[in-house]
Design a binder for this molecule. Structure first.
Ligand SMILES: [Zn+2]
Length: 143
């Protein structure tokens, strides 16, 4: 029988998206074999996520400063906007090199079947962005 702490680690790892029971066990066995320096560094990186990562005040993407690299890049097409559900969707589109406009990240899913509503503050933020920029083309790239 495995120690309770080990089972708790597996449960914690299973809460991560895309990690099933077998993967959680494999990661847990991997972690138990690592030295303290590795584990402390990993724990530190995870615990810093909320403190060190900031979001663009214009589009909600990851940002080092007030604006993200995309919003700060004046050579991007300022007349096109692509609205995405999540930051990871923005990066998937960026990897295709097929869009050179700006983005807006809703940070929530639009699911008509589940009648999910988006936070009204996000909608206000989006409406202000639309008014400020005067976009000619708006693409809704949500699922
Ligand atoms: Zn931005």
């Amino acid at each position: 029988m495995r120690p309770n702490e080990f089972e708790l680690l597996i449960d914690g790892l299973r809460s991560l998206p895309g990690v099933g029971k077998k993967q959680a066990e494999r990661i847990a066995y991997f972690l138990i074999d690592q030295d303290d320096i590795y584990l402390k560094d990993l724990i530190n990186r995870i615990s810093q996520i909320k403190n060190k990562i900031h979001f663009c005040k214009q589009c909600n993407n990851f940002a080092k400063d007030e604006l993200c690299d995309i919003c700060a890049n004046e050579s991007r097409d300022q007349t096109k906007l692509c609205i995405v559900s999540k930051i990871e969707d923005l990066y998937k589109i960026e990897e295709t090199n097929s869009f050179d406009g700006l983005y807006f990240v809703l940070n929530s899913e639009i699911d008509v079947k589940k009648n999910q509503k988006i936070d009204s503050s996000i909608i206000r933020h989006l409406m202000n962005f639309l008014k400020d920029k005067n976009f000619k083309e708006v693409i809704l790239a949500t699922n």
